[in-house]
Design a protein around this ligand. Sequence first.
Ligand code: NAP
Length: 313
Amino acid sequence: MPAPVPAPAPAPSPSPSPVTVIGLGLMGRALAGAFLAAGHPTTVWNRTPARADRLVAEGARRAATVGDALEAGGLVIICVTDYQAMYDLFGDASDGAVGASDRTLDGTTLINLTSGSSAQAREAARWAEQRGARYLDGAIMAIPAAIGTEEAVLLHSGPQSDFDAHRSTLAALGTVTHLGEDHGLASLYDVAGLAMMWSVLNAWLQGTALLRTAGVDAATYAPFARQIAAGVAEWLPGYAEQIDRGAFPAEVAALETDARSMAHLIEESEAAGVNTELPNLLKTMADRAIAAGHGGEQYPVLIEEFGKSHNAA
Ligand code: NAP
């Protein structure tokens, strides 16, 4: 009989690591509050010091200066209005060089959750690298009240190893995802998600405006619209496969069939006296694709129109 193998000692549960949050606006306060609630020793700094008062009362440590905040050690999260505000705090990026008045970020891991463009994110990564920092960019797809719950989606991009090193700390904020090594990806996903959100909302508003002319109120139409939106969402994986393959066989409907329905939407909107800008935009793009010979193909062939840099005339 083999000797019993002793069970390994349970791994000690890691104590929550220290975090510094710089920028305590509506979002920054929510981020710091979530770290505190998860037990992380949390240092905070804000240009307007009074905004830290409540967090300090809840147990946060107030840093007197940005330099003190950086020296607190651990992960540094910044969430301010825009990238320029970050540069104002840490040193100017515009000349590309580390100036005498710039703060050293040597050895710091900086996670920037400020909203911006992918180009700004990539530039900030170079800027941080010049100052000796490890850098992840991030985008928050949530409102402050959702931070600290799994409904809050936080997207990150940059080196996988840096994300992995801080994943468990970031998890205090919500559902965190690493999108890839390219620092611009979080910002790109952010605007892609916003494009989806606004497009769905605008389509719903168009229909609501139309139906209201027939006495149907928004609340009556909303459940129907929701069902349509959910049904269309189901098509995305199959359509994505067509786009990635570059082949658009009309398995459900041809684009010219859609274009005829778009004409009905325009006619109905004109007749009802509601805005026709959105229906006309849809039809203009479809007509261009049809003129280019794609009328017999399926709707996602329009990716070729969306992929062009020119704007509609
Ligand atoms: P906010 O309430 O207006 O707070 C802005 C923060 O930036 C404040 O801490 C402000 O400091 C600081 N700031 C601005 N310019 C500065 C400068 N030159 N130097 C130092 N500090 C400066 O905005 P927020 O809602 O927290 O948003 C912050 C970021 O999160 C933005 O990029 C936003 O797009 C993003 N975001 C917000 C939400 C949301 O629902 N709120 C959702 C997703 C993403 P003072 O307090 O001293 O003015």
